[in-house]
Design a binder for this molecule. Sequence first.
Ligand SMILES: [Zn+2]
Length: 276
Amino acid sequence: MPEMPEVETVRRSLIPLVKGKIIKKVTLWYPNIVTGDRDKFVSELKGKKIIDVDRYAKFLLIRLSDNLTIVSHLRMEGKYHLVLSDAPKDKHDHVEFEFTDGTALRYNDVRKFGRMQLIDTGTERQTTGIGKLGVEPNSAEFTDQYFISELKKKKKNIKNTLLDQTIIAGLGNIYVDEVLWKSKIHPLSIANKIPDDKISELRKVINKEIKLAIEKHGTTVHTYLDANGEAGGFQNYLEVYGHGGEECPVCGNTLEKIKVNGRGTVFCPTCQVIYK
Ligand SMILES: [Zn+2]
């Protein structure tokens, strides 16, 4: 499942491929990918120019002329690829944006879970799932003061609190395990019992981890867009995720694997302190 750094990688790789191109025709081979008015999606996009590609957490925001934005969520396996417009359709290609220059951007999704929506630019918080999301790592809003005061309101465990996206957006299962291990906080710690200095440390670790993950994925853009597998690179930097039963890289004791609210969770019972 793409996490925020992968989506950022997709964003960066899409910009040089599509920026400035004008949409000649939109084809919905599998219309359910589009939420809202599908006829309008097809008709309104005709003639529009792609101005830029932005992102909020795991949502891609494809900015178009005339104040329009396509909000695209890749969910489990969605991906984009640029082809010549007469290239044969892959059986998992579901949406096509044909451009006036003879190329086409195709949305491919084996599981068909991804979604797209056409909105007026600037209304994304009112009209899409973005409205429920918290702040992003490395943003000006993600301060110690914000993080401490938000965690004080949460009586559930920190793992689940970080995963629910309402305080901080964009951290998935992999990164939550990594950042909790690096901050030496047990995943079952109760959010509002964690000391302020540990929250401050956790914030710094989150920012650093996400920055590094984006850098590492940035080197594997083409692998990801050619889309046969996962974005490479960063898995080599994972220290606990996927390493249950192995030695903790810090203390050498065995990393444990448990389920927290149904999500596989790896942690070090020696290094990570439980606050409750
Ligand atoms: Zn350890």
